[in-house]
Design a protein around this ligand. Structure first.
Ligand SMILES: NC(=O)c1ccc[n+]([C@@H]2O[C@H](COP(=O)([O-])OP(=O)(O)OC[C@H]3O[C@@H](n4cnc5c(N)ncnc54)[C@H](OP(=O)(O)O)[C@@H]3O)[C@@H](O)[C@H]2O)c1
Length: 280
């Protein structure tokens, strides 16, 4: 049995689907225990939905029974206790979704700090581990849905910053390999998409896929910060401004890791946009 936390999220939902297709029994954990899925989509056979709150380890304990490997979301309050309970329950392996900024070691940055702490708790757990350190997710483009529904002008933060965004599908495929084989134990996998693109490039691709004449307008640093602060705690907004305005995180480099782990190239932004066109 494989336990997937964050099972309704961008990565977790892809991982649940991928494991089910591979014929693996899956326990899919979210706060509601319902899997949701896209409208009209049947739940994969062999998948059991369970409710649990990663901030409260006692609500996750039962879900660990009979589990051999688990996919763990980072940064929740119960993480150290959940890892200790996992070990007691006989779980052998944990694959954790981290992020590239964990490699900076910068604990003054709120995002890096929670990822570093999460990685540390896994290293200390005594379980075999693999960390996934992806770049920004292609699914972040879903934040543009309201603007794109409202008109053809799309305001984008950090207009001059090239990033090699990755499709959560590819993160999930790497997670699947790390959960099912021993080949990636003790490795932090730096995962990227296949191309470095500017925000305006992604808007152009979205326009082509949607058959729309979309035009990107870059936000200045102050406007970008204000939009972030409206959507998340200030410390996280500060962290992201530090990454992409001050340049403390470089996500512009394409890495071969997805191909090395899965045997095929990561998906392009155009492939992601075609697969998610209905969301726009
Ligand atoms: N977005 C990026 O560009 C990026 C880049 C690098 C790393 N990351 C990392 O990726 C992670 C986000 O992954 P994602 O996009 O796949 O997730 P997501 O789509 O934001 O979904 C979050 C998942 O966690 C579950 N969840 C939330 N709070 C929970 C709780 N207290 N207990 C149990 N489950 C809970 C949610 O389920 P319910 O709400 O149904 O309970 C959902 O399944 C973050 O840790 C982030 O640091 C993101």
């Amino acid at each position: 049995m494989i336990l997937v936390t964050g099972a309704t999220g961008n990565v977790g939902a892809e991982l649940v689907r991928g494991l089910a297709q591979a014929g693996e029994p899956v326990r899919a954990l979210s706060r509601s225990g319902r899997l949701g899925g896209r409208a009209g989509e049947a739940l994969p056979a062999g998948v059991e939905g369970v409710a649990g709150d990663l901030d409260r380890a006692e609500t996750v304990r039962d879900a660990l029974k009979g589990v051999r490997a688990m996919f763990l979301m980072p940064g929740y309050g119960g993480q150290r206790q959940i890892l200790a309970d996992a070990r007691d329950a006989g779980v052998e392996r944990v694959v954790m979704l981290s992020g590239g900024s964990a490699a900076t070691g910068d604990r003054t940055n709120a995002v890096s700090a929670y990822l570093i702490d999460a990685e540390e708790s896994v290293r200390e757990s005594g379980l075999a581990w693999t960390f996934l350190r992806p770049t920004s997710f292609m699914s972040n483009a879903l934040r543009l849905v309201d603007q794109i529904r409202a008109g053809d002008t799309v305001r984008v933060p950090f207009p001059d910053v090239y990033t090699t965004d990755i499709d959560p599908y590819d993160i999930a495929q790497c997670a699947l390999h790390a959960l099912l084989t021993d080949a990636h134990t003790g490795r932090a996998l730096e995962l990227t998409g296949p191309q470095a693109l500017l925000p305006a490039d992604r808007v152009r691709v979205l326009g082509e896929v949607l058959g729309r004449d979309l035009r990107a307008v870059g936000l200045g640093p102050a406007e970008a910060r204000a939009e972030l602060e409206a959507a998340m705690p200030k410390s996280f907004a500060d962290a992201i401004v530090s990454f992409f305005v001050d340049g403390t995180l470089d996500e512009s480099v394409v890495r071969p890791t997805v191909r090395e782990v899965t045997g095929r190239d990561p998906r392009t932004f155009e492939q992601w946009a075609r697969a998610h066109a209905d969301a726009f």
